[in-house]
Design a protein around this ligand. Structure first.
Ligand SMILES: *[C@@H]1O[C@H](CO)[C@@H](O)[C@H](O)[C@H]1NC(C)=O
Ligand SMILES: *[C@@H]1O[C@H](CO)[C@@H](O)[C@H](O)[C@H]1NC(C)=O
Length: 439
């Protein structure tokens, strides 16, 4: 058995038309998350390089967003116009063979093929050999396997490898041309931590139309057509992503202030099946200004900080830029509308802060999507997939709007006064923590 350590996969199964948000409620038999989580825990200490790379990419995506200051289209895309040379035009492959047969006979994919020939994974092999449905396989090349850092002598548990294999398969036939306008794709992996919905794969387009899956895996050879779908070869393995919390803690250059806040306030997020975390970057915190920060992180300010942090967590509802896994128990808890033929979409997501919702507008234009919160705050890095939901990165700290207004017209980039901040948060501050005296 190969030593599969991880490569991060920010990260997919119902077919989502690129131009509409689909509400997916289909239940699938879940894979136990335990095996995956255990593997993550035992592996993280060996993978620091990987996270450095990941963080660099996220940082540069956020910077390019800032300088382009256009919309909120998907991250790395400098040249977002399809179609492209490398991925379009003639297709390769052999339409008389199945996906399994093609990778079995290809000299660059022997390692993946040999995993499939292991009896433990016979189901996956028959899935890739079956012609009853089309699917898309992202196959790691043999080189991709060489990039996996060594991890002692412990082979990964079978369940982990199974989850990993499923995570490389997306139902339906998605050519590279389709992927250029895709934001997330459902995979064949479903986990109980996501309410048994499919884990998604994050797709982004970069320089010269290079396509990346889960931020680090680049498609190096695309559109190998088979009888039962299409294959794209990738240069890094796709590993099922860790939890939201873990992602935040793994990327300190981006999220250390947020992490520190969570730690200081001991905010505990209830058990959840999926969720949306609006994670403010370190520069988002800096934008609040030194006084507000000094106050929030002071002993007097912590209860306010806790209220503020709660406003960034949505549990049981997972909002991707092109899919929404709603809460199952009470769908009515979500107000949602479609305006403009599905190109513009609105949802109010209730946060952990009492009944306070974040108003989300998802706007689409061609393949681009912008997500705007409370009318003015943009999501600057979309669809950071997590085992238990999604991380949507924001460039500003979200402050609950006053009173009844849907959203307050914020003055951008102005330090917020401490009094103003206290005023906005006062009614949410936990009573038993209230103190006499003032700052
Ligand atoms: C798979 O896709 C091809 C090409 O789009 C199509 O002709 C074929 O009918 C599809 N097969 C199945 C089983 O859906
Ligand atoms: C994965 O594929 C199998 C076989 O086609 C199917 O039964 C299952 O529902 C799929 N799971 C997901 C999450 O798509």
């Amino acid at each position: 058995m190969k030593h599969l350590t991880l490569l991060f996969a920010a990260t997919a199964a119902a077919l989502v038309a690129p131009d509409q948000v689909t509400i997916l409620d289909k239940q699938q038999p879940p894979v136990s998350q335990d095996a995956v989580q255990t593997w993550w825990d035992s592996t993280l200490s060996h993978s620091t390089n990987l996270f450095t790379t990941l963080e660099k990419r996220i940082t540069s995506a956020i910077h390019s967003f800032d300088s382009v200051s256009f919309g909120g289209f998907d991250t790395d895309s400098d040249f977002p116009h399809p179609p492209r040379r490398g991925h379009g035009g003639h297709h390769r492959g052999d339409k008389t063979k199945t996906i399994y047969e093609l990778i079995k006979s290809n000299k660059y994919t022997t390692k993946f093929a040999s995993l499939l020939d292991n009896d433990d994974f016979a189901d996956i092999k028959s899935l890739l050999d079956s012609t009853s449905h089309n699917k898309t396989l992202f196959v790691p090349t043999d080189k991709a396997f060489e990039r996996i850092p060594h991890h002692g002598d412990k082979p990964p548990p079978k369940e982990f490898v199974l989850a990993l294999l499923k995570y490389h398969i997306a139902p339906g036939l998605h050519t590279a041309h389709d992927l250029l306008t895709t934001h997330t794709l459902p995979s064949n992996l479903s986990l109980d931590t996501l309410g048994s919905r499919p884990q998604r794969l994050r797709v982004s387009t970069g320089l010269l139309f290079s396509i990346r899956v889960n931020v680090v895996s680049k498609i190096v050879y695309s559109n190998i057509l088979a009888k039962n779908g299409v294959i794209h070869a990738i240069d890094h393995i796709l590993v099922p992503p860790p939890s939201q919390e873990k992602i935040i803690s793994l990327l300190p250059n981006t999220f250390s202030t947020f992490s520190l806040g969570l730690e200081k306030t001991e905010l505990s997020v209830p058990d959840h099946k999926g969720g949306t975390l609006f994670a403010p970057t370190n520069s988002a915190w800096r934008r609040l200004g030194p006084r507000a920060n000094a106050f929030l992180f002071s002993p007097h300010g912590l209860k306010y900080l806790k209220a503020l942090l709660k406003y960034h967590f949505v549990v049981d509802q997972t909002l991707y830029s092109d899919a929404f896994y709603g809460e199952r128990k009470d769908e009515k808890a979500v107000r949602r509308e479609r305006v403009d033929g599905g190109k513009y979409w609105h949802v109010d997501l209730e946060t952990l802060l009492d009944d306070k919702a974040v108003a989300v507008d998802v706007k689409r234009w061609k393949g681009w999507v912008s997500i705007v919160l409370n009318g003015f705050t943009k999501v600057i890095f979309q669809d950071g997939v997590a085992s238990d939901g999604v991380v949507q990165v924001v460039g500003k700290v979200l402050i609950p709007p006053h009173g009844h207004h849907g959203h307050a017209g914020e003055d951008d980039d102005e330090d917020i006064a401490v009094e103003e901040l206290k005023g906005r948060l006062e009614r949410y501050v936990e009573k038993d923590e209230e103190e006499v005296g003032d700052l």
